[in-house]
Design a protein around this ligand. Structure first.
Ligand SMILES: *[C@@H]1O[C@H](CO)[C@@H](O)[C@H](O)[C@H]1NC(C)=O
Ligand SMILES: *[C@@H]1O[C@H](CO)[C@@H](O)[C@H](O)[C@H]1NC(C)=O
Ligand SMILES: *[C@@H]1O[C@H](CO)[C@@H](O)[C@H](O)[C@H]1NC(C)=O
Ligand SMILES: *[C@@H]1O[C@H](CO)[C@@H](O)[C@H](O)[C@H]1NC(C)=O
Length: 478
């Protein structure tokens, strides 16, 4: 910046600032997920957000430990109601009133800038088999009424974060203009979007180009990114050169067909993982974010909705306790590592320059020691209680061989268990060492001192010991 600055007058410098530098700052938010064994202490996270000029966060609950750290911070907050509470909230208006009183009004009073309430999280996801289909709309209605009754409904809106699988185009006509809401929930989606319109609330959608690529080996890789190279998808007089735009505009068409053509859309989650799959690495994540953030900074929008867009990146840090049912990449969505270190350079503030984001300050670590394999006899893994996803094919720790695999598994379990000596035994197959066990590009982490998260229990350790005692001749897939 300094060299460019000298060449500019103050007036043109200020113009430059207002048209480019701040363009993205006021629209980029981030998802702060906390499904980790050792969450970074929330005050450290709030400083990390501020240090990187991130002024909006989306949470997945209204957890007191997390939310209290946001009091007084200049950060807009989206609170959320987890899916398993939807039935309770939807069943009685008094339940919604209590939720709003404790989690919205109460937090506003102590200076948390609550902005939106997310009712559920992708409740209509196909893989939930309809479990939350009946609970979501009643919960949404009750929460919005409770916000209205509390006198804050004009400022704070309730909405439902939807997975992009709630709409699609037919496979024989895969263009955005053929898009509509999924047939099994078409009527319900229309009722919901009309309710959102009547309440001036936005539609919240999660869009994942990575998943498009992951799910189909015939998906054109270039179409997942923003730098061209893929044959354009032609839809009438419009052309699509990336799947993000095509997906977003499929939603715009579905909203048009539901009679709410101007409904504001917020992208609730978008990002790229860095490990756990052959397409999940820092190079591809950087390529995705470079194109995406440039597009956001310029306010290009999509062919149907040109202009600025409100988006929340997914996500802040890696979460080692997330379910790996969708794939091993699930634990590696962070722009920052588990301990708050940036993974790659990117232009987070939209000023046109790639920079390494600021790292979390004040993180405290457990002692620098590792748990490693010491004799080659029987094989077992600690991986059912810790995160071994980097070992899988195409990931950062793949190809280390059997000894490396075992050491990785033993160490990650030992760290997850707060380095308890009982968690580095494995029937005598493991030992503690002060020598850094990291292996080429494969990091053997040392855990942080947290104060929250999933607490190791002696019962858990006994279970691990019992697991180790079961001699397995072959690898256990995870
Ligand atoms: C407020 O949110 C927390 C965290 O999500 C939840 O456990 C609690 O039950 C909520 N309060 C009420 C009164 O529902
Ligand atoms: C949905 O159904 C499938 C197949 O019947 C089953 O394997 C899966 O566990 C179900 N998921 C849920 C969340 O109920
Ligand atoms: C290490 O673990 C991975 C993941 O389960 C597996 O694919 C690989 O074959 C293992 N390597 C050896 C040498 O056992
Ligand atoms: C261990 O080594 C790795 C790779 O060289 C490094 O990134 C990491 O910071 C080291 N850990 C400690 C605690 O020194």
């Amino acid at each position: 910046m300094s060299i460019r600055m000298k060449a500019l007058t103050w007036v043109s410098f200020l113009t430059l600032l207002s048209t480019t530098a701040f363009a993205a700052i006021d629209t980029i938010g981030i998802n702060w997920g906390t499904m980790t064994s050792h969450p970074l202490p929330p005050p450290i996270v709030v400083k990390l957000l501020s240090a990187n000029s991130i002024s909006k966060v989306k949470l997945f609950d209204a957890d007191e430990w997390t939310v209290s750290a946001l009091a007084g911070a200049p950060i807009q907050v989206m609170l959320a109601i987890p899916n398993d509470q939807l039935r309770h909230i939807g069943s009685k208006s008094s339940h919604a009133k209590e939720w709003v009183k404790q989690n919205v009004t109460g937090n506003l009073a102590r200076g948390v800038d609550v902005h939106l309430v997310a009712v559920g999280n992708e409740p209509f996801l196909k893989s939930y088999n309809g479990s939350f289909v009946d609970d979501t709309f009643p919960a949404l209605r009750n929460i919005q009424s409770a916000l209205d009754d509390a006198g804050i409904g004009d400022k704070i809106k309730a909405t439902v974060p939807m997975n992009a699988d709630v709409y699609s185009s037919p496979s024989d006509d895969p263009v955005p203009s053929a898009g509509d809401f999924r047939s099994d929930i078409n009527g319900l989606m229309k009722d919901i979007v009309r309710f959102l319109r009547d309440n001036d609330a936005p539609f919240l959608v999660n869009i994942y180009p990575f998943i498009s690529l992951y799910q189909s080996s015939s998906f054109p890789v270039e179409f997942a990114f923003f730098d061209g190279g893929a044959p354009a998808l032609i839809d009438g007089h419009l052309q699509y050169t990336n799947v993000f735009d095509a997906n977003y505009d499929t939603l715009v068409w579905a909203l048009r067909k539901a009679g709410v053509p101007d409904m504001p859309i917020i992208v609730g989650e978008v990002g790229w993982p860095t490990d756990g799959d052959r397409n999940a690495n820092t190079a591809m994540a950087k390529r995705f974010y470079d194109g995406f953030l440039r597009k956001m900074a310029k306010g290009i929008g999509t062919p149907l909705r040109p202009g600025k867009m409100e988006v929340y990146l997914f996500g802040l840090v890696d979460e080692d306790m997330k379910s790996v049912l969708p794939g091993n990449f699930e634990r590696h969505w962070g722009i920052f590592t588990y301990d708050g270190r940036p993974k790659f350079v990117l232009d987070l503030d939209g000023d046109g320059r790639d920079e390494l984001p600021a790292a979390a300050a004040g993180v405290q670590y457990l002692p620098a020691q590792w748990c490693v394999f010491q004799i080659a006899e029987r094989v077992n893994y600690a991986c059912s209680n810790a995160d071994c996803t980097p070992l899988s094919f195409g990931s950062s720790c793949a190809g280390m061989g059997l000894k490396g695999n075992l050491s990785y598994a033993f160490n990650i379990y030992f760290q997850t268990m707060d380095q308890d000596v009982r968690a580095c035994d494995f029937d005598g197959m493991a030992k503690i060492t002060g020598q850094n066990a990291s292996h080429g590009g494969c990091l053997f982490p040392v855990q942080i001192i947290s104060g929250g998260g999933w607490k190791p229990s002696v019962a858990g350790m006994r279970a691990a010991a019992a697991m180790a005692a079961v001699a397995l001749a072959a690898m256990v897939p995870f």
